[in-house]
Design a protein around this ligand. Structure first.
Ligand SMILES: NC(=O)c1ccc[n+]([C@@H]2O[C@H](COP(=O)([O-])OP(=O)(O)OC[C@H]3O[C@@H](n4cnc5c(N)ncnc54)[C@H](OP(=O)(O)O)[C@@H]3O)[C@@H](O)[C@H]2O)c1
Length: 307
């Protein structure tokens, strides 16, 4: 069985060694070398040319959770199954990142940091925990893991998805009709939606205005789900208290972008949950083995939904 690997990263050799160890029955080739025939592709943000040279693999494994950049490629073969990573060590990282951001907002870290710079000893009244709703927009593999991890803190939790997802201790909202009610109770809004034709630009002026005054946005999904100009306007008008942003419409975030120096914006360079080699290779290798045995696998992308 032949596997063609394209990682677009400097550690391609590490990926190849991990695949060779996890799938000793496979012949692993590193793009841009292409063998005479290819059974499986494992790729991350591949160049369009790759599918011109490998038009009909049995399946394409995406070395990340989001498939937005892959689905945009005009050369992507139409009928080949696409399999994405599910968790593969990313949920634990998202839990760290989002918990840190939610607690920083709840404990008003930004305000205290500002007071410290002014040598100002000024206790603020604690925010009532029961009124500090946390809403997870996109209640999939990562969204549900984040909500479950936040349960012990006692914030009122809610999740929003296309189809209703019941998780103990979390209020479930579904579909466009329930979005306004979900937003209205989200003092912190955590975005974990995939970027698809129906989510791009979703967090615009009107949706941001539906959040409670003083709300905080945490975007760890994709930058294009948020209309950045509308977010800046809401921050500058004081409607939103802050934003923690790991993803942007244009990455790397251009040096002149106002987010970099905005006093109430925290910027990180798309690191909230990175792809981990060993965990990802183990998941892809298990998937390939199951496909070879004609068994069903998880993570198959629905191209019509876009995720
Ligand atoms: N910043 C980073 O480092 C990083 C790392 C990993 C992932 N991500 C991003 O996080 C995203 C989520 O990952 P995941 O593994 O949790 O994906 P997932 O399991 O596919 O979950 C996606 C969730 O979004 C919901 N959704 C999709 N379209 C919707 C719509 N139009 N209206 C309402 N809900 C909608 C889905 O609803 P249903 O439950 O009804 O299907 C599901 O609950 C990825 O797509 C990726 O872009 C970012």
């Amino acid at each position: 069985m032949r596997l063609l690997l394209q990682t677009g990263s400097a550690n391609a050799g590490e990926w190849r060694a991990a695949f060779a160890a996890a799938l000793p029955e496979a012949e692993v080739t590193l793009w841009p070398e292409v063998p005479a025939s290819v059974d499986y592709l494992a790729v991350w943000k591949p160049p369009a040319e790759l599918f011109a040279r490998v038009p009909a693999p049995k399946a394409i494994f995406n070395l990340g959770a989001g498939v937005d950049s892959l689905l945009r490629l005009p050369t992507l073969p139409a009928s080949v199954p696409i399999v994405r990573l599910e968790d593969a060590g990313m949920a634990a990282q998202m839990i760290d990142y989002v918990t840190l951001a939610v607690l920083a907002a709840f404990r008003e870290q930004a305000a205290y940091a500002q007071q410290q710079r002014a040598a100002l000893w000024q206790p603020r009244p604690p925010l009532p925990r029961r009124e500090f709703g946390v809403g997870v927009l996109g209640f999939g593999v990562l969204g549900r893991a984040v909500a479950a991890a936040l349960l012990p803190f006692g914030f009122p939790l809610a999740g929003w998805s296309r189809t209703r997802r019941d998780v103990a201790g979390v209020d479930a909202f579904a579909g466009a009709g329930e979005l306004p009610a979900f937003l209205a109770r989200s003092r912190v809004l955590v975005c974990l939606l995939p970027s698809t034709p129906s989510t791009r630009g979703l967090l615009d002026r009107a949706r941001l205005a539906a959040l409670p005054r003083g709300a905080h946005l945490v975007n760890v999904a994709r930058g294009d789900v948020v209309v950045e100009a509308d977010l800046l306007a809401a921050l500058d008008a004081g409607a939103l208290a802050g934003a923690t942003l790991d993803v942007f419409g244009d990455e790397p975030l251009p040096p002149a972008h106002p987010f970099w120096h905005h006093p109430r914006v925290t910027v990180t360079p798309h690191v909230s949950a990175v792809t981990l080699v060993d965990e990802s290779v183990a998941q892809v290798a298990a998937g390939i083995r199951r496909l070879e045995q004609r068994l069903p696998i998880g993570g198959i992308v629905d191209r019509t939904r876009g995720y």
